[in-house]
Ligand binder design. Structure first.
Ligand code: HAS
Length: 566
């Protein structure tokens, strides 16, 4: 079939002009990452459906399947496995495109080793959960104790991601050696910043898992210091959410300007934004522990203040994106105050899915600011409000962006067309997702304010009158969950079609990399001095964590024995 018949239309989507923009070795590498991440998405979504239906009271689970078992596989497969492996695949694709066209064999070899270590670790963790030996949720709080192999699996996932990051750093420094004195391509810069953040934050969870949980779960030590383990987890856990968000921001900053026929508004502002994320996303973990003992109010307050600093780079992003959108619209002849909005390519899934994510991020981010407020956190902590918050942030904003990426990256890698029909079906799928998320997450926020706890299976709390007021909301949450599952199946069907069945084309979809506005200033080279930023980050981390952790070590209780609560 000719490109014109098959494709979305050259007027709408620029074609690369070549059959394959990637060498076969890189194509295989990136597709392997995407493929395993989609498999993980299916597992997590299936668990999510049944757990929602149980929690709503719609169904009873079979006797050999536990609610907390489903909740664990849902969280681990989606929040930990899908995200980590998809992000590696996407970052590799952009690095290949912006750093010379292909990876060198040694770079590719590290990526493959990292991939296999991540896959083996993920499968090990999945098996322990499916065997019902690890129903400890994705946060695996001690003293709930899983099979030691669950922790080993997660440790391998992290180690694999570290090995994969070698590819990112190696290719970036190779480019810099050949281009001394020049600012690196924006995509590559942001990929490196994302991995710097990841390396610093995963140190916390690695210490927790390797030093505390694995020896404890194998029975080599009897007790675990619960406060310390939770502190190490959240040292990692909040930066983890930015590890999910930053690749979405890369797409918004670098790829979308090309799709909307605009230019990147500034070359320095996005780099500064990412540096601010490195600085502020780690010394803030206490905002997840505001209601916990063993940390003094003073140190919680310090980290609350730092949390408000980490909002700033997102506000800078909102400003920068709006400027990019408006300039793109005006350059295409838009007039009036809001005429530029009409010029945006609303019918193009590469833009539509992520822009839905952006719009959802406005209330979702506001919810985050509420969570971070010391006093308001007392109202929302451990309620369904928080579950609503993170579904709107990661499962809507981030996931819709990842879906938008997949819809063109898969056919670009496979040399196939993103057909008009699939584009339209993908728009329908996105609308379903937004509806489902609206029903589910908005309702979760409301019922959370009415006091419904999170992380609980269905219960009427012995017919308590308060719990009865939650019933109608639970029904809406269930309906939202069904919408989401249907939408997810549709997403996977479209991906399957684009991977295997869509017509092959002479010239595949262009990998969209935006150009920087010619009026933008050259970024200051200090932004590329990583040792400075890593040094400042370490100082901030020491200020925020050294004394409270020292106090925990000094005054820590004897520690807790392991519990199997399921
Ligand atoms: Fe959060 C809990 C605070 C952002 C994820 N968060 C969670 C948990 C997860 C999560 C998973 O302070 C639960 C963990 C668990 O299991 O216990 N969060 C924040 C704050 C932000 C924030 C201050 N969170 C995120 C993001 C996540 C995420 C992003 C995932 C990707 N969060 C908290 C706190 C808790 C918490 C507490 C603990 C609560 C508790 O008690 O347990 C901020 O980063 C948010 C800043 C965002 C904004 C929005 C900017 C808007 C943009 C879009 C612009 C749109 C445009 C479109 C331009 C200020 C950038 C225009 C389009 C046109 C067409 C016009």
């Amino acid at each position: 079939m000719s490109e014109k018949q098959a494709g979305f239309g050259t007027a709408d989507i620029p074609q690369s002009g070549v059959k394959n923009q990637f060498v076969p070795e890189d194509r295989k590498l990136i597709l392997a990452h995407l493929g395993f991440s989609f498999f993980s998405l299916l597992i997590g979504a299936t668990a999510g459906l049944f757990q929602t239906l149980q929690r709503t009271g719609y169904i009873d689970l079979p006797a050999n399947v536990g609610y907390y078992q489903l909740l664990t596989i849902h969280g681990v497969s989606l929040a930990l496995v899908f995200t980590t492996i998809f992000i590696h695949g996407y970052l590799y694709s952009g690095l290949v495109r912006t750093l010379g066209g292909s990876f060198q064999p040694s770079e590719r070899a590290w990526a493959w080793i990292g991939y296999y270590v991540m896959v083996v670790g993920s499968i090990l963790a999945f098996i322990t959960i499916l065997n019902n030996n690890a129903s400890v949720l994705y946060t695996f709080y001690a003293p709930m104790q899983a099979s030691p192999w669950f922790y080993v699996g997660l440790a391998l996932l992290v180690v694999g991601s570290w090995i994969g990051s070698i590819t990112i750093f190696k290719s970036y420094f190779r480019w810099r050696r050949g281009n001394r004195g020049k600012a690196s391509p924006l995509f590559a810069y942001m990929a490196v910043a994302t991995m710097v953040l990841w390396l610093i934050c995963t140190v916390g969870v690695a210490i927790e898992v390797v030093v505390q949980l694995i020896p404890w779960a194998f029975g080599w030590v009897e007790r675990v210091d619960v406060s310390l383990s939770r502190t190490l987890f959240w040292y990692f856990g909040h930066a983890l959410v930015y590890f999910w968000l930053l690749p979405a921001y890369i797409y918004w900053y670098v790829n979308i300007p090309r799709i909307i026929k605009g230019k990147i508004f500034s070359d320095s502002l996005p780099r500064l934004t990412f540096i601010l994320f490195i600085l502020y996303s780690i010394p803030v973990g206490f905002h997840h522990q505001l209601n916990e003992p063993a940390i003094s109010t003073f140190w919680k307050f310090v980290q609350v203040i730092l949390t408000f600093f980490v909002v700033i780079p997102s506000l800078m992003t909102a400003f920068s994106l709006l400027a990019t959108f408006e300039l793109a619209g005006r350059s295409q002849g838009a007039t009036g105050l809001f005429g530029w909005i009409k010029k945006l390519p609303w019918k193009d899934i590469r833009f539509f899915a992520p822009v839905m994510g952006m719009l959802i991020f406005i209330p979702a981010g506001a919810g985050g600011i509420i969570n971070a407020s010391f006093q308001l956190n007392q109202v929302v902590h451990n309620t369904l409000w928080i579950t609503g918050h993170f579904h709107m942030t990661v499962a809507a904003t981030v996931l819709l962006t990842f879906m938008g990426i997949s819809y063109w990256l898969v056919p670009a890698l496979r040399g196939r067309a993103l057909t008009k029909r699939m584009n339209n079906l993908a728009i329908f799928q996105t609308v379903l997702w937004v509806f489902g998320m609206g029903f589910m997450s908005v309702t979760m926020h409301v019922v959370g304010l009415l006091g419904e706890p999170r992380r609980t299976a269905y219960t009427t709390y012995m017919d308590s009158p308060v719990a009865q007021t939650w019933e109608p909301y639970r029904q809406l949450v269930g309906i939202g969950g069904i919408f989401l599952f249907i939408s997810l199946l549709l997403f996977l069907f479209i991906i399957y079609y684009l991977w295997f069945a869509s017509p092959r084309v002479e010239s595949s979809i262009e990998y969209p990399i935006g150009e920087v506005n010619e009026k933008a200033q050259k970024p200051p080279l200090i932004l590329e001095k990583w040792s400075v930023w890593v040094g400042v980050t370490i100082v901030l981390i020491l200020i925020a964590y050294a004394i409270p952790i020292w106090n925990m070590l000094q005054h820590g209780p004897a520690g807790a024995m392991g519990f199997r609560t399921w």
